[in-house]
Ligand binder design. Structure first.
Ligand code: 5GP
Ligand code: ZN
Length: 110
């Protein structure tokens, strides 16, 4: 499959990884939109939450808890924002589900 995040997960495209386990990889976004901008990507390919089965839903729950536990060590102890763009009109450009992790500064909301 010609998916850029599958290739990053497989190590075929280099990335600045900050965490990985058997379910997720977290790496730095190549075009950061905040002082700290990470992407949490499931190893398993699926594009949208609407496609996720119960097991993938549980995996995403574990991913959220993992992000929370890693946050202080990632420099996000003062707070962070999680974003999941779903669909083209929401700004999704990579059709492999990913959680944006934004922080390291005071974030605006407008
Ligand atoms: P989306 O727009 O789909 O919600 O988010 C895709 C994100 O992936 C964007 O923030 C973009 O900068 C990032 N991105 C796209 N290609 C690469 C890449 O090759 N490496 C890394 N590290 N990030 C990428
Ligand atoms: Zn993929």
């Amino acid at each position: 499959m010609d998916c850029i995040f599958c290739k990053i997960v497989a190590g075929e495209i280099p990335s600045a990884r900050v965490y990985e386990d058997d379910e997720i990889v977290i790496f730095k976004d190549i075009a950061p939109k905040a002082k700290i901008h990470l992407l949490c990507v499931p190893r398993e390919h699926f594009a949208h939450l609407a496609e996720a089965d119960a097991g993938q839903g549980e995996m995403l729950g574990r991913a959220l808890l993992k992000i929370a536990s890693l946050a202080p060590a990632l420099g996000l102890g003062e707070g962070y924002r999680l974003v999941v763009n779903q669909g083209e009109s929401a700004g999704q450009t990579v059709p492999h589900l990913h959680i944006h992790i934004l922080g390291g500064e005071r974030l605006g909301w407008d």
